[in-house]
Design a protein around this ligand. Structure first.
Ligand code: ZN
Length: 272
């Protein structure tokens, strides 16, 4: 190489390195942002009656277009679908949530499908859980699951806004509203959290449902699927937004509440 060409060569190499670094940095950041699950507070805090909202829906919608949770004072079930937040009140009414409304517990992500599966026909919710356990082997990561389905039956619930002093969730759930529906089309919004999140998230599957006409919804306790398409998003990045108030530090969040969480958040909560 001549002395005249050498500086040009060095400059080109530098440019290449800078663009490679920029591409690598983009590759590092963008998938993370899309694969991030953002959670508000921890499940044990909700179980012990921390129902005051801490994060606004507008903050949640900035980091996720898909997810579930509850609203300030435990005022119903929250469903986030295609960037819109819906509240299912204890009366059964479904309304769009004001962006300034806060949530004491929610889990959202930007949904981007990593895979698609046909839903087994005639499957119960429990059978769907087992089917997904067999098909999605990333058991130690979070998975967001969206099922577009025609349901033969659905059992949904919601809870009413609470007044202070707040009672534990296991108590409140005894007076939950439960509805049984037949032949409904809509979306199952699900989050599968790893077993190692015990006490922090809801280990296993947590399902909410919203009908295609956006008039029926809630926390899904049971269903039978006629047909459905499953899409899932494996999320390898988890952010937990903790309550900054002093009250958050009062209860012992290390308490073993496994039975209570299972009773409230799974189909064992279906009244006979
Ligand atoms: Zn729920």
């Amino acid at each position: 190489m001549t002395a005249r060409v050498r500086p040009l060569f060095r400059w080109c190499c530098l440019c290449c390195l800078v663009s490679l670094w920029a591409a690598a940095a983009a590759a590092d950041q963008e998938p993370d942002a899309d694969d991030r699950i953002t959670q508000v507070s921890v499940i044990n805090a909700l179980m012990l009656g921390r129902y005051d909202g801490t994060t606004t829906l507008s903050d949640l919608l900035a980091v996720g277009d898909f997810g579930l949770g509850t609203l300030d004072r435990l005022d119903g079930e929250l469903i986030v679908l295609e960037g819109v937040a819906y509240q299912v009140r204890a009366t059964g009414a479904v309304i769009e949530v004001d962006p300034e409304t806060t949530s004491p517990f929610a889990v959202v992500t930007r949904f981007g499908a990593d895979g698609e599966l046909a839903c087994p026909e005639g499957a119960s919710l429990e059978a769907i859980d087992r089917f997904l356990d067999d098909k999605i082997l990333e058991r130690n990561n979070f998975v967001a699951i969206r099922i577009e389905a025609e349901l033969a039956t659905a059992v949904l619930r919601s809870v009413a806004a609470q007044e202070r002093p707040y009672r534990p969730l296991a108590e409140v759930a005894k007076s939950q509203s439960v509805w049984r529906h037949e032949r409904m089309r809509g979306t199952l919004v699900g989050i599968r959290s790893p077993q190692w999140t015990e006490g922090i998230a809801v280990p296993g599957y947590h399902w909410h449902f919203l009908s295609a006409d956006r008039r029926v919804g809630g926390h899904l306790l049971e269903c039978t699927v006629r047909t459905g398409t499953i899409r899932y998003d494996i999320c390898g990045d988890w952010t937990v937004k903790l309550d900054q108030s002093r009250g958050f530090n009062a209860p012992d969040l290390g308490t073993d509440l496994r039975d209570e969480v299972e009773g409230v958040e799974t189909r064992r909560g279906v009244p006979k």
